[in-house]
Design a protein around this ligand. Structure first.
Ligand SMILES: [Zn+2]
Length: 121
């Protein structure tokens, strides 16, 4: 069964009366007035429903944005690990080259340094 909605003014529950057609009957404390509304009309809250729909949509959008940020961070971590691995391998290769041919190693290091400088332009 559909949950009985609370009074939008005072937040209290109405009484439900009527045998054939149901009514919501309520004495609203701040206004001190009695309302008797057909049950289906009482249960309709178009503004609240629209706001709930908007809140749900905003929450979904925020969750998607958080997920995108996580994804970007994971890619950045992955890229940094690859770059670190490449630097370590290059250092090993240069060290091996220095043992085999110090002159060739010096030339390769100079080439890399020039390339590094041009990448920062
Ligand atoms: Zn009320």
């Amino acid at each position: 069964m559909e949950e009985l909605k609370l009074c939008p003014h005072c937040g209290e529950k109405p009484q439900v009366t009527g045998a054939k057609e149901k009514f919501a009957m309520h004495r609203c404390s701040p206004a001190d007035c009695i309302v008797m509304v057909p049950f289906d009309a009482w249960q309709q809250r178009p503004i609240e429903d629209a706001l709930h729909a908007e809140i749900t949509s905003i929450k979904l959008e925020m969750a998607q944005m958080a997920s995108d940020r996580d994804s970007e961070r994971r890619w950045a971590d992955h890229y940094n690990k690859l770059a670190q691995s490449a630097r370590e391998k290059l250092s090993m290769i240069i060290a091996m080259l220095q043992e085999l041919s110090p002159q060739l190693a010096r030339e390769e290091i100079e080439k890399l340094a020039r390339k590094e400088l041009s990448n920062h332009d």
